[in-house]
Design a protein around this ligand. Sequence first.
Ligand code: PXP
Length: 242
Amino acid sequence: MPLLGVNIDHVATVRQARRTDEPDPVWAAVQAELGGADGITFHLREDRRHINDRDARLLKETVATKLNMEMAAADEIVAIAAELRPDQCTLVPERREELTTEGGLDVVGHRERMTRVVSRLREVGIVMSAFIEPIEDQIVASAEVGFEGIELWTGGYAHATSDQDRGAALEVLRRAIAVGAEQGLAVHAGHGLTYRNVAPVAALPGFVEFNIGHSIVARSVFSGLASAVREMKALLLRHAPK
Ligand code: PXP
């Protein structure tokens, strides 16, 4: 059974457009869970451009499913995560000028720092996952530094503009899932997945969890969040490998 983690950052993005108190991402988490979300994902960015510390605190208190915190391996954020203790932390690269997370973490190039952060957060009981590109060296390094899971960046597939490129990107993901499984890692998927493009990714055997944000929040403007989540969950189930 594929699990759906709903990323609610963009509910907070709308709130921050007016620096007011609505819409509340904490309400969004409740609605997502009512729609069948298996988990709630949020990204506490260093610049707090959408989710803020109050949101993180209240999400920790109210989310009844799995709480997944995306974060940079920055000292301030690591300290917050260690105190908050979400169920899972997904380490992501973060650049101030980006619109959203672009590409994966370079675990190979930052082994020492990754090892330190992973062991600090595992020590307090948090399951650690690395958001990486589907590259063998990055997958092996993720296992070596102590991550228990990886989230494969699906942007290569989502941004492909021809059937041939999409097919090639799916093959890259298929191989990466196998490498992850060989390394004993739980393999997740995320970035750029939409109602229109998710089916072939959902059909790949081996993904445990899908983290999807923008497309679900975009549809929720018209159909409500619980209904948007229900629809995405149904798609994942319909196309899951038998
Ligand atoms: N997974 C990770 C690690 C991300 O950084 C993001 C974007 O915040 C997502 C999943 C969700 O991507 P999207 O909003 O494109 O569905």
